[in-house]
Design a protein around this ligand. Structure first.
Ligand code: USQ
Length: 397
């Protein structure tokens, strides 16, 4: 297939581009390189040394003989460029990662809130709009988030996108209907993914677009089969308080002797998936497009759930690290249960990678190798969810 990967220079986009290229597909990355600009804005860098996208694709070609094409396009701002590119190349499928993906970054200031909403919602809408205008019947696979469901304290199993409900009619009868699971975002970033869901519902129903939305959990790990092939194919690996995600942060903190930064009681339960499984799931989704006239296909792209304090205690047990119990910069339930249905990917053949000591130690080793690149002052999470929380987390103890 000819596949456009929007946001193909990012943390999940890059290994996906390599994985799909390796599987024989013709890969075209469209990216505005905003993630690299945000590193510059924040004054941080990936733990792993990353080359330019052009250099990365050159090395991939030298290693495999396969080409990955790169196009510098800002989906949110360059609608005409995007439309012209799609008209010229007419891809069979499109994988859409091109959104600002960090919850803490989206909450930093009014400017960051505006940026995240404008960027994410416009990017998705421009894409859908262009597909309809061009009559392009490409299968769109979007990287969404488990966070659209929110984290209730009830603990009922979360279905894959749609919830059966009984509704009482005027005549007193109960009829059953499936509705999109009620969204309950915990940050401006997560809110944009809820808005994306509505855009998808409309365009699938109104224009018959074929759309798959992947509600992904927190990704851990850094390497995939392809990124291991050459030092310059390495994936990015974030550790800072805005972009580093919880398990990867704990592993890097363990590697540099920094106390593991648990927010609050660590009672937050979240869904997780290894980066290698993430790219496999995207390939499985591409192989199973919804039919014409179908509703939006939704998968829960996660393999395990864990409580934050259990992860911290597990890593402290393996590495001897200390745990720091910190005031929580976020407004979120202190403790929650989480049960998630994920049968769809399992039935398509996903054999999940489980969180186990060997893999965790391997990541600590990668982190130790590049520990000299870490700026310890960038480790704490300092983006507060509300003005009331800010003094609690920004005070000098
Ligand atoms: N947390 C800590 N200590 C830390 C960092 C985080 O206790 O040092 C806690 C947070 O308070 C939160 C949980 O760990 O309760 C998860 O935080 P996270 O930063 O790992 O994940 P999150 O902000 O939810 O976002 C990440 C990705 C996002 C993706 C989402 C999937 O950045 O792109 O959509 O995971 S999910 O969480 O399932 O919505």
């Amino acid at each position: 297939m000819k596949i456009a990967i929007l946001g193909g220079d990012g943390f999940v986009g890059w290994p996906t581009a390599l994985h799909l290229s390796d599987a024989g597909h013709d890969i075209h990355i469209l990216d505005n390189l905003s993630r690299r600009w945000i590193d510059t804005e924040l004054g941080v860098q990936s733990l792993t040394p990353m080359d330019s996208i052009q250099e990365r694709t050159r090395i991939w070609h030298a290693e495999t003989g396969r080409r990955i094409h790169f196009n510098l396009i800002d989906l949110a701002r360059d609608y005409e460029l995007l439309k012209n590119w799609l008209a010229e190349h007419r891809p069979d499928a499109i994988v859409h990662f091109a959104e600002q993906r960090a919850a803490p970054y989206s909450m930093k200031s009014d400017r960051h809130k505006n940026y995240t909403v404008n960027n994410n919602v416009n990017a998705t809408h421009n894409l859908l709009n262009a597909l309809v205008e061009l009559g392009l019947d490409a299968h769109l696979v979007h990287l969404g988030t488990m966070g659209v469901y929110g984290y209730s304290t009830i603990g009922a199993a979360i279905p894959e996108g749609y919830l059966p409900v009984g509704i009482e009619t005027m005549g007193g009868e109960t009829v059953s209907q499936e509705i999109l699971y009620p969204s309950n975002p915990g940050s401006i970033y997560h809110m944009t993914k809820c808005l994306d869901q509505l855009l998808f519902q409309f365009y699938a129903r109104n224009d018959g677009l074929r759309i798959t939305d992947l509600h992904q959990g927190i990704v851990w790990g850094t390497h995939t089969e392809q990124t291991r092939r050459h030092a310059q194919l390495i994936n990015r690996f974030d550790y800072d308080g805005d972009y580093g995600t919880v398990l990867n942060r704990f592993l890097i903190q363990a590697a540099i002797g920094y106390p593991l930064t648990v927010h609050g009681t660590g009672g937050q339960t979240r869904a997780f998936i290894h980066i290698q499984d993430s790219v496999r799931c995207i390939e499985l989704a591409l192989k199973s497009p919804p039919g014409h006239g179908s509703r939006v296909e939704i998968f829960n792209q996660m393999t395990e759930t864990h409580r934050v304090r259990d992860l911290a205690e597990m890593i402290a047990g393996i590495t001897g690290s200390k745990i720091a119990w910190l005031p929580n910069p976020r407004k979120e339930a202190a403790e929650n249960e989480l049960v998630v249905r994920n049968e769809k990917f399992l039935s398509l053949g996903l054999d999940p990678i489980r969180l186990e000591d060997g893999l965790l130690s391997e990541i600590v080793d990668v982190a130790k190798k590049f520990a000299y690149r870490v700026d310890r002052s960038r480790v704490p999470a300092v983006s507060a969810w509300t003005k009331e929380i800010a003094p609690l987390i920004n005070h000098d103890p």
